[in-house]
Design a protein around this ligand. Structure first.
Ligand code: ATP
Ligand code: MG
Length: 429
């Protein structure tokens, strides 16, 4: 049993600083939370009252369902903390209109005390009362002492530690009522998806690019993913595909996203007949340009990659410059200044690390050969004119072989052959 939990409070941080755009950001957050829950089969009311966004938990909800809702809400960008609370309105707190019903508060705290299992018998606790509504006539310390004694009498929690408790039972008294809570979970923070435009993210099967994508989702970008494959991917192989799995996972945060699986067989074939040096950078420029075409068709304003300065040969300052100059669109590289260990820590937090380190069957012989750490736009452009005389045709031929996987909130919604020129911007929240 989950005690008297009847609301999930959603704390947002930066949105509150948005001045005149505040309500637009807040309603975007509300919609995204609602959407994410609905996709998980949870149809609860999501509402806001003054500065509080909350989800109403129906009476009699099973613990498992509550857990699911908490986990889903904790993945919505824009949320900083997710807190299950037992809430009672002012009319219940002041049943006769004058004196507060402290026995009601006590029963809510005891229900939480009962629901929380101490890991050890001597695990410490504290009661924290926050009397934000100064009209509440009982002093904070008096109430804390009364509630602490009640918890001890209940028998589960014995050791009080006011300075560094392992478990906090908090009572927040606001003008609109009383909130009792005993846990809170961290959300991604940032801004709600859809509030900062649309981007196209180049997703490899590695550790870095999923983290880069997540960072942009957390800054409020809706996104599509592009992944380049050595072979054409068929619809039957979708469920087994590592990158589909990664993109699916990322869509728990990015909500509605598409993944384009683009084979680079035409690029490979051209290079085979006219071998050239700088293959790796030629390949990276091909990926950027093809992704840019997709981005233009879906209304994206930038590309995203998982580059981190100096990590590998293709990510030296010179090579990053020649990569960028192959396209007109800005290329966002949110990992540029991070160390590998920091990226790994984020990947674990996001939940992509395990999938990223799985072996990947779609082997990439081309990009492992003889990488150069320096390149120049002029040199590469000359080589490109020789090797790929019809670059636009190369891109079109590659896109014609692509597969488009529609994702939403962690699930594959549909798999389609490429819709040609009719790509519209259906993505984004
Ligand atoms: P990652 O860890 O993200 O796989 P990486 O360390 O393997 O990257 P590179 O292969 O140089 O580094 O790729 C740099 C970036 O280029 C990736 O983060 C990704 O954004 C993009 N990229 C690389 N390979 C592909 C691919 N096959 N499809 C789409 N994007 C790719
Ligand atoms: Mg990398």
């Amino acid at each position: 049993m989950h005690s008297g939990i009847n609301r999930i409070l959603i704390n947002y941080g930066e949105i509150a600083l948005k001045g005149r755009n505040y309500s637009r950001f807040k309603s975007r957050l509300l919609n995204n939370v609602r959407h994410r829950l609905t996709r998980a089969g949870i149809d609860w009311r999501v509402a806001s009252h003054h500065d509080r966004v909350f989800v109403e938990v129906p009476e009699g909800t099973a613990q498992e369902m509550l857990e699911q809702a908490l986990a889903a809400a904790a993945e919505v960008p824009g949320t900083v903390w997710i807190t299950p609370v037992a809430w009672r309105g002012t009319e219940q707190l002041y049943p006769d209109g004058a004196a507060p019903d402290c026995a009601l508060i006590e029963s809510l705290v005891l229900a939480e005390g009962q629901a929380r299992q101490p890991a050890r018998s001597d695990e410490s606790f504290a009661i924290r009362v926050n009397r934000a509504d100064k009209r509440f006539p009982v002093r904070t310390t008096t109430l804390e002492r009364q509630l602490g004694t009640a918890i001890i009498h209940q028998g589960k929690w014995q050791r009080v530690n006011l300075d560094a408790p392992e478990q906090i039972f908090a009572v927040d008294i606001y003008p609109e009522g009383v909130y009792v809570r005993s846990e809170r979970r961290r959300g991604p923070g940032g801004l709600p998806v859809g509030s900062a435009g649309h981007v196209t993210s180049l997703l490899s099967g590695g550790i870095d690019s999923p983290v880069a994508s997540w960072l942009l989702a957390r800054r409020g970008c809706s996104m599509d993913f592009v992944h380049f494959t050595a072979h054409r991917v068929s619809e039957q192989d979708i469920d087994e595909n590592k990158v589909v799995g990664l993109a699916r996972h990322l869509s728990r945060y990015s909500l509605r996203s598409r993944l384009y699986l683009v084979p680079y067989v035409h690029f490979d074939a051209a290079l085979m007949t006219r071998p050239a040096s700088y293959e790796l950078m030629l390949f990276r420029r091909f990926m950027a340009r093809t992704a840019e075409q997709l981005a233009l068709r879906s209304g994206a304003g930038a590309l995203v990659t998982g580059d981190s300065l100096g990590q590998v040969a293709s990510q030296t300052l010179e090579n990053i410059a020649t990569h960028s100059s192959s396209v007109s669109m800005p290329v966002l590289r949110p990992l540029i200044g991070l160390d590998k260990q920091e990226i790994v820590t984020l990947a674990r937090r996001i939940g992509t690390y395990e999938a990223s380190i799985e072996p990947y069957k779609d082997c990439c012989a081309l990009i492992s050969r003889n990488p150069r750490t320096r390149s120049h736009h002029g040199t590469l452009s000359r080589i490109e004119r020789r090797v790929f005389p019809d670059y636009a045709g190369l891109i079109e031929a590659s896109l014609a072989d692509a597969l488009c996987v529609e994702l939403d909130s962690g699930e594959v919604v549909s798999v389609k052959e490429m819709p040609g020129d009719s790509l519209d911007n259906g993505a984004g929240a």
